[in-house]
Design a protein. Structure first.
Length: 551
């Protein structure tokens, strides 16, 4: 006889589940055993929340729904921050969560898991009866795939142990999902072409929704055809930077002053695969006179500054760009637009720091650290950026066209990036990956470095260690508060990493940094490089926000 937990496991496998991240407890152990018996890899984390974030990274790397699991009650509540982060990142995840038995509502681990899921922006499906086993899994995967969000399957322990008698074969959710690309309306393409053709200074802004190999050539072709600047959102940082000298970098508060000056001159903004949030327009400071052509698959997008697009083209990015380029063919010869030697030179100069580096004994200037990393880490090594003040330096100063996963701005939760990196690396078949994170962030989930060591994941955790809550340290100054209250002594994290079974080094000079990073490049494995940085260097975005500087 087949038990309900076995039927659920069969359905997960039919949906393509090959990896399960999380922790085992009495409410999910039968299902996890069933998944292992069916060939799935079980990746045991030290905490349920980090396990789910690893599944988030795996999903981003593979393009498939990630799978995580937890026991009931307290195991579920441990997922809170990770679930909100995944929801804000629009990551498709399916979480198998055990639930206290329906027959024992007084169980000490009882939790109204439906209400909890709703509070943390997670969809919810309950296996309320044995007959619901297959339908619940199919609905969960359908929701994850079509709404790009986490979904919890909550299975009471007593229901899991009942017999499953449905003789019908399982039909996976993919059989019910139409994946046909959305074709743009021809009139919208013509309207967009009219706006672009009448414009002299065009900016093409691409976001994560456009970042794919089949779209890349079309973006570059449109940019060349229109003599446009190319800019990206934070989530598409450095994409196509090697394809044009007219790459302006990030649109928004992380952009350079030169980029801001040029963007304010635009009379047309073509947005592809981006939501055009208030951060991307820098709260309306950029593109004040530009007409907006917005291309996206969503039924409609409301820009963050509340200004509607002059022409919204709903459609697949590849199809829309192909048709827009065709519609522009044969139009009158264009002016140079942004494509002049002067603009190219200004953008080249803006990419490098213009101020002298800070000198401090046994402490490095964080800008020098990032520039050194960008130089010595091969472009083939992807980069994950975390959250917090230290991330600003990497966001603005990494310029080589490596693949970047940015977790900044999606919920503002620190500590997530190393966990994402672990899952991401595994999802890319063990590809060596660099993550840049702060000391408070890394220490928050330090136990999970043990997980990386147990599985041998080749992740390089570069800790920008100012021995403080960096953002609060600088904000305290701006608010007239005591900065020392945000300073927290840090242990030697390189030694800690070695004690946990990985490689590690604590560095205070650029030569030591190059040596430690070179060792990882030569022989990738779980590694922590603890880089002691100065607290006296404030990032450009913070200087703009908290000091009002025009930098």
């Amino acid at each position: 006889m087949t038990k309900v937990y076995e039927a659920i496991a069969d359905a997960f496998v039919a949906e393509g589940a090959t990896h399960v991240f999380g922790m085992m407890g009495d409410a999910n152990m039968h299902w996890m055993n069933a998944m292992a018996d069916r060939g799935a890899a079980l990746l045991e984390a030290r905490h349920e929340g980090p396990g789910l974030t690893m599944a988030d990274g795996w999903a981003r790397a593979t393009g498939r729904p990630g799978v995580a699991s937890t026991t009931c009650g307290p195991g579920v509540t441990q997922l809170a921050t990770a679930l909100v982060c995944a929801a804000r990142a629009r990551t498709p995840l399916v979480v198998f969560a055990g639930e206290a038995s329906l027959a024992t509502p007084g169980d000490s681990q009882y939790l109204d898991q439906r209400k909890f899921a709703d509070a943390v922006e997670c969809a919810f499906v309950q296996v309320s009866t044995p007959s619901r086993a297959h339908a619940a899994v199919r609905e969960a995967f359908r929701l994850a795939r079509t709404t790009s969000r986490p979904v919890m399957i909550s299975a009471p322990m007593d229901v899991q142990q009942e017999e499953f008698t449905d003789p019908a074969p399982y039909v996976p959710s993919t059989d019910f999902i139409d994946t046909t690309a959305v074709t743009p309306a021809p009139q919208r393409i013509q309207d967009a072409a009219d706006i672009v053709a009448r414009s002299e200074r065009v900016v093409v802004l691409v976001g994560r929704g456009a970042r794919s190999p089949e779209v890349a050539d079309l973006v570059v072709e449109l940019q060349n055809t229109t003599r446009a600047l190319l800019a990206t959102t934070l989530q598409a940082i450095n994409w196509l930077r090697d394809r044009t000298p007219y790459h302006a970098g990030i649109s928004g508060g992380y952009g350079t002053r030169t980029a801001h000056d040029l963007m304010r001159q635009a009379d047309c903004l073509v947005v592809v695969g981006a939501s055009l949030s208030e951060y991307t327009t820098w709260f309306g400071r950029l593109y004040p006179a530009a007409r907006i052509v917005h291309i996206d698959r969503a039924e409609q997008v409301v820009p963050g500054d509340g200004r509607p697009a002059d022409c919204y083209v709903r459609g697949d990015a590849r199809l829309a760009l192909q048709q827009l380029i065709t519609a522009l063919d044969g139009r009158a010869e264009r002016d140079p637009g942004y494509h002049t030697p002067e603009v190219a030179e200004r953008l080249r100069e803006a990419a490098a720091p213009q101020e002298p580096f800070h000198q401090e004994a046994d402490r490095l200037d964080p800008r020098e650290v990032i520039l050194t990393l960008d130089r010595v880490v091969p472009e083939a090594v992807p980069l994950v950026l975390g959250s917090g003040h230290q991330t600003d330096f990497g966001t603005m100063l990494f310029t080589r066209p490596r693949e970047v996963v940015c977790n900044y701005g999606l919920f503002g939760a620190i500590g997530q990036a190393p966990l994402l990196t672990m899952g991401w690396s595994l999802g890319r078949d063990g590809r060596p990956t660099l993550v840049v994170e702060g000391d408070a962030s890394f220490i928050m989930h330090l136990a999970e470095f043990d997980t990386a060591c147990r599985y041998g994941w080749p992740v390089l955790v570069l800790v920008m260690n100012d021995e403080a809550l960096g953002a609060e340290y600088h904000k305290s100054e701006a608010h007239g508060l005591r900065r020392d209250l945000s300073a927290i002594h840090s242990p030697d994290l390189g030694a800690v990493a070695r004690a946990m079974g990985g490689a590690g080094a604590t560095v205070r000079t650029l030569a030591e940094l190059e040596k430690a990073v070179g060792a990882f490049v030569d022989d990738p494995g779980p590694t922590v490089v603890d880089v002691r940085i100065s607290r006296e260097v404030m990032s450009v975005p913070f200087r703009r926000l908290w000091r009002g500087e025009d930098v």
